[in-house]
Design a protein around this ligand. Structure first.
Ligand code: MCA
Ligand code: AMP
Length: 501
């Protein structure tokens, strides 16, 4: 896929994935810590500012505690907690001593946690919620359960910053194009390459301050927001949950320059009476789901901000972005980022990606890996693309069965498998229904032996599915539309072509 080669670069700049000269993430972050230890870096909503020097010293000390527990480089640590300074510090401690972190959604229940734990076999879990901690204890008795503050006996600091570029830093669970959740293994080099591309493309500097309300258990908040902050030696204000009032007030209270959000957040900001405050930011970025052109225009109308939309995936970190210093085109995700190559293949045309940011495979899944990459080494995104006359990339659909609701991915198969266990459900199809606020909403079409209210259906699901995966509507039908091969024609359901019985 061609694009203006230097769409993202300032005159005279070139991209070098290893520009930081650091072999791993924390060596790159440590340079900024050493430079100006007094500088504020992470704001915790309860405890206030943590300086770069405090993050450095405290994370080294916590690495000592983890080592005293017996953890060693290469061991996996599950991490499931709301944003906090403690969580950030302990995350840094893990990476500094070469542990591999598995960020996990705090909405997950026993079934979802059991899959991740059974598959990745972590030796420890950092969890902020006693109830979830108990669930984890039931799943894996021998696993060390820790709070985000790591209240453990102290120990000598282990060797830090020793990970190789190809050492895994993260295992992030995602379903890829099909099937069960798989652990995408991201190396230190993958994460560094993406951070360097975004530094150049978004002109990210030490002077920046990010309002970070995205959860730190997914790639958007963690790999883009937190990693970028630490890589650039800039600062971030953490929020737990998203409240438009707080964000809009935070812009001036914290002298913020950056906001990253999913389209649902922009939808809520656009209708807020104080939305004009967004004008105070240097850059607003949207990603994780399509930003409708009408919403892009609404934000500009109320605040003057031209939101910069970008496109990425857990497996690849960031792939494409609208340009910082040229037209940000509504409905488009812009140009491939520095160091990223994109091409369109097949009919319909799928976006395929290559670059130092792209992961090398899923944890323990040789077959899925063979399917995820083409023979000549390109990663299949499962997204359908088009490129316009000016080289802007547009995402025009998905080849994979995926619903994106409020920036969270929901795999219909997983929801259908759970719903099929309901005694009154004979046949079921789960699809995404268009929603102005959520992008897509999870809805189910069902053939049932007796009427079921959606709330009763949700109650029957209980914690077998995280609440954001629950169907919000249940449409009774006499039969599901199928093609000649017996496959449910989901596109007809999504378009509302099948009327409820
Ligand atoms: C919460 N709920 C949802 C969602 N979030 N339902 C559907 N979709 C959702 N995304 C439900 C809860 O289950 C609950 O339902 C009710 O909404 C209230 O929960 P609450 O937590 O108060 O919701 P909220 O504050 O309104 O949350 C909306 C949100 C949140 C702030 C938009 O969903 C969010 O932070 N989204 C960001 C996701 C993200 O970081 N994605 C990045 C993935 P009930 O009461 O009925 O049980 S990384 C990625 O995609 C790639 C790498 C990329 O390109 O970035
Ligand atoms: P995840 O598996 O959570 O990393 O989600 C990645 C998927 O989110 C991509 O494959 C796309 O389908 C979707 N996505 C991310 N950013 C955008 C965007 N700006 N526009 C449309 N889809 C997006």
């Amino acid at each position: 896929m061609s694009s203006p080669a230097d769409a993202h670069l300032s005159p005279g700049e070139t991209f070098d994935a290893t520009a930081s000269g650091a072999p791993n993430l924390t060596s790159a972050w440590a340079r900024a810590w050493a430079d100006d230890p007094e500088a504020r870096q992470i704001y915790d909503p309860d405890a206030g500012w943590l300086s770069r020097g405090v993050l450095e010293a405290r994370s080294a000390e916590r690495a000592g505690r983890l080592a005293a527990l017996g953890l060693e480089a290469g061991d996996r640590v599950l991490l499931s907690a709301e944003s906090s300074g403690d969580l950030v510090t302990s995350y840094i401690a893990c990476l500094r001593m070469g542990l591999v972190v598995i960020p996990t959604n705090t909405a997950y229940g026993a079934r979802e946690l059991a899959h991740v734990i059974g598959d990745a076999r972590p030796r420890a879990a950092i969890i902020d919620d006693p109830e979830r901690s108990e669930i984890v204890a039931e799943i894996a008795r021998g696993l060390h359960r820790l709070s985000p503050a790591l209240e453990l006996p102290e120990g000598p600091t282990p060797i830090l910053e020793d990970a190789l570029p190809q050492s895994p830093a993260l295992i992030c669970y995602t379903s890829g194009t099909t099937g069960q959740p798989k652990g995408a293994v991201l190396s230190h080099a993958n994460c560094l390459a993406s951070a360097e591309g975004l530094r150049l493309a978004w002109r990210w500097t030490r002077a920046d301050r990010l309002l970070l309300c995205l959860p730190l258990f997914h790639m958007h908040g963690l790999g883009v927001g937190l990693h970028g902050t630490l890589y650039n030696g800039s600062s971030a204000v953490l929020y737990r949950g998203f409240r438009p009032d707080e964000i809009l007030a935070g812009i001036s209270d914290f002298e913020a320059t950056l906001f990253f959000g999913v389209p649902t957040m922009y939808h809520r900001l656009a209708s807020h009476p104080r939305a004009d405050a967004l004008a105070g930011l240097r850059l607003c970025v949207s990603g994780s789901a399509p930003l409708p052109a009408t919403l892009h225009e609404a934000i500009e109308r109320v605040s003057g901000q031209r939101v910069l939309e970008r496109y990425g995936m857990t497996e690849t970190l960031m792939l494409a972005s609208n340009p910082h210093s040229a037209e940000r085109r509504p409905g488009s995700v812009g140009f491939p980022l520095p160091g990223v190559e994109l091409r369109l293949q097949g009919d319909p045309e799928e976006i395929q990606a290559r670059g130092a940011n792209v992961f090398s495979g899923y944890w323990d899944r040789p077959e899925a890996n063979a399917a995820a990459f083409t023979e000549d080494g390109w990663f299949r995104t499962g997204d359908l693309g088009a490129i316009d006359v000016d080289g802007y990339v547009h995402i025009v659909g998905r080849a994979k069965e995926l619903i994106i609701s409020g920036g969270y991915n929901v795999y219909p198969r997983e929801v259908e498998d759970v719903l099929r266990e309901h005694p009154a459900i004979e046949d079921i199809a789960v699809v995404g229904e268009e929603s102005a606020e959520w992008g897509e909403r999870v809805v189910a079409y069902a053939v049932t032996t007796e009427p079921i209210e959606v709330e009763a259906l949700r109650a029957s699901i209980g914690d077998r599915l995280a609440a954001y995966k629950h169907p919000r509507r249940l449409y009774p039908v006499t039969q599901l539309p199928r093609n000649a091969l017996g496959k449910v024609q989901k596109h007809r359901l999504s378009k509302g072509e099948v009327l409820p019985a």
